[in-house]
Design a protein around this ligand. Sequence first.
Ligand SMILES: Nc1ncnc2c1ncn2[C@@H]1O[C@H](COP(=O)(O)OP(=O)(O)OP(=O)(O)O)[C@@H](O)[C@H]1O
Ligand SMILES: Cc1ncc(CO)c(N)n1
Length: 278
Amino acid sequence: MAVPPRVPRSSPDGSTPVRVLTVAGSDSGGGAGIQADLKTMLALGAHGMSVITAVTAQNSLGVQCAWELPAEAVRAQFRSVADDIGVQAVKTGMLATAELVETVAAQLADLSAPVVVDPVGVSKHGDPLLATEALDAVRTKLLPTATVATPNLDEVAQLTGVRVESEDDQRRAAGAVLAHGPRWALIKGGHLPGGDAVDLLTDGTEEHWLRAPRHRNRHTHGTGCTLAAAIATYLAGGYEVPAAVTAAKEYVTGAIAAGFPLGAGIGPVDHGWLSERT
Ligand SMILES: Nc1ncnc2c1ncn2[C@@H]1O[C@H](COP(=O)(O)OP(=O)(O)OP(=O)(O)O)[C@@H](O)[C@H]1O
Ligand SMILES: Cc1ncc(CO)c(N)n1
């Protein structure tokens, strides 16, 4: 198994340490959302910060309840972090409502740091994490701010209408996502059948097919959040997009292989797997 690097101790501007922000929902079970993101950032050697958009009561069986925060609370958290500590990359995850999508997009539009948009729509159990009325704001306000957008196949279908069943479809889906303005699209094939988990990264010119062995482990709670947070961490550390996504894929693949049972349902990936290796 490839062992991904940790980011350098100091960030590209010479300051220490690399600082990454996640704007996402809290997962009480600790496997996805804010908790997955902060663990990923720590594992890869960065200082993680958080803007909490929503609180979920969630475990290995699904999302039992969710409450979004007021837009003012989201804006205030963002300003506190950006104005004082400084942000070298941002990852967005669960944004819950159209108002929060617009609030976050407005903050991102003024930021010069790279942005990874994980357009979270539903949880692994099918529980909604984004209001259907918010899809338009994701397309028109959030995706244009993205350096990389990382939809899974359900999110691609929701956002673009493209149904993906093959690698050719992944290419068409990427074109449809790029039409909404992100610089790069990563179309994750984790939900496709096949011996490998294959993701397509493209900016419309370059194509990178990222392949990793599909692990038969059912403890995959938090895969999408972990991948997007790792990409943001590597971008904050000065990596170019293809190198950042390649290293992030190595990190999530190892975390899936090491995922463990907790609760009666789908357990979390192991964010700490690297510390066993190095
Ligand atoms: N069983 C598996 N073995 C190896 N890699 C996997 C497996 N399942 C998913 N992946 C990879 O994990 C990453 C996340 O993809 P996935 O499609 O699971 O995201 P997601 O559906 O957004 O996750 P989430 O359920 O957290 O929302 C991708 O790189 C994908 O290829
Ligand atoms: C809070 C949160 N964000 C994202 C996901 C995606 O799976 C989840 N299950 N929970």
